[in-house]
Design a protein around this ligand. Sequence first.
Ligand SMILES: Cc1cc2nc3c(=O)[nH]c(=O)nc-3n(C[C@H](O)[C@H](O)[C@H](O)COP(=O)(O)OP(=O)(O)OC[C@H]3O[C@@H](n4cnc5c(N)ncnc54)[C@H](O)[C@@H]3O)c2cc1C
Length: 385
Amino acid sequence: MRAIVIGSGVIGTSVAYELAKAGAKVSVLEQGRVASGASAVSFAWTNANGKRPREYHALNVAGMRAYIDLAREFEGAGWFNQTGSFEWWTTEAAQAKQLAGVKLEQEWGYGVDFISRDRVAAMEPDLDVRAIGEAPIVYYPEEGWIDPVLYAACLLRSACERWGAQVYTGTQVKSLETRSGRVSGVRTAAGERFEADIVVNCAGGASKESLGEIPGIPMKSSIGVLAFTQPVAMTLRRQFHADDLDVRPDGAGRLMLHKISVDDQLSEPKLLRPDGIEATTILNAARELLPALEAVSIEAVRTTVRPIPGDGLTCAGPMPQVDGYYVGVTHSGVTIAPQMARLLADEIVHGNIREELAMFRPARFFGGAPGSVVPKSAVAGPSHD
Ligand SMILES: Cc1cc2nc3c(=O)[nH]c(=O)nc-3n(C[C@H](O)[C@H](O)[C@H](O)COP(=O)(O)OP(=O)(O)OC[C@H]3O[C@@H](n4cnc5c(N)ncnc54)[C@H](O)[C@@H]3O)c2cc1C
């Protein structure tokens, strides 16, 4: 089976890896550099907390656990940081919602519990717990974060070296080619043709674009802004999420900072200055909790499109218009990528229709029932050719 994967973000590289591992002959076509889209500007927190409905929560949990398996597969995987995370809210309404969420997620078997301020202070001495006030603090020991660009590089290299996958950067796919209602390949912007039995579109925010006559996925993507500090002499290991602020280590002493209210001010990605109002707003919020940031500056600010399907949920599986054409796009894509990839590869290569994806089918955007998939007979069988 010859498979083309469009896009090399966390989703595309995960799908390419799992397809190649399952026996497909994989070509990845990427219009820019490997993992240069949203995956390069992601907080990349692996979590299922607050994610609803239950099926979506479960997909996220499965993604988190898939990373544990992958980290074993890639001994010493430098891209995997499962250090846990803290969360607190300062308004009564948010605290009530948090309490209900904790109870429900404990029932669902998710790793979550309240933790004392003293314990947090002992675990993270750089955090000024007095600034948290009386807010209850929740600890999620199973959560962590990924370095998505390293992850993508690692998986692609492995897919190429172990199973002969090919990667074509600077190669933009413009249209799908079909024969008798089935995918036969793609045509690039440069006019080149790549033949394939299966095409999986993992184009992130660009999933909304049509490929020739095949429509894209309706999206409600938003803009994300991340600020990166200079290296700072502190030992913070765990990320924390406090009202409108997310903070985590980003290697070599740098911190990654995010404030959703700053995202909300932008309607498109743009170059932001490290000493601009957005960066200063984010840094000042972080300084209230981390006194060591007092004399530290922001070194870089990055913005990107955060891919989000139109109803906010994952979109993964066969497109209804053409046999052999699949899509994989989602919010929380870092968390979900390895699990989505396993499920899609199992469906595509082995023909096993996976119930875990039943409510996330692309057909729901085109008038089909949420669980619509192509008949099993239309799925190509396994082969190494
Ligand atoms: C600020 C921010 C914070 C986030 N925080 C988290 C978080 O904490 N946890 C979490 O799980 N998720 C988080 N996300 C979401 C997550 O980062 C994304 O869901 C994920 O990176 C999407 O990966 P992707 O592979 O679908 O898209 P991308 O990384 O954008 O990759 C798509 C690739 O396709 C290529 N492409 C597009 N069109 C074509 C074409 N026609 N031909 C060839 N190539 C093409 C692009 O160049 C790109 O490289 C966050 C996102 C942002 C922006």
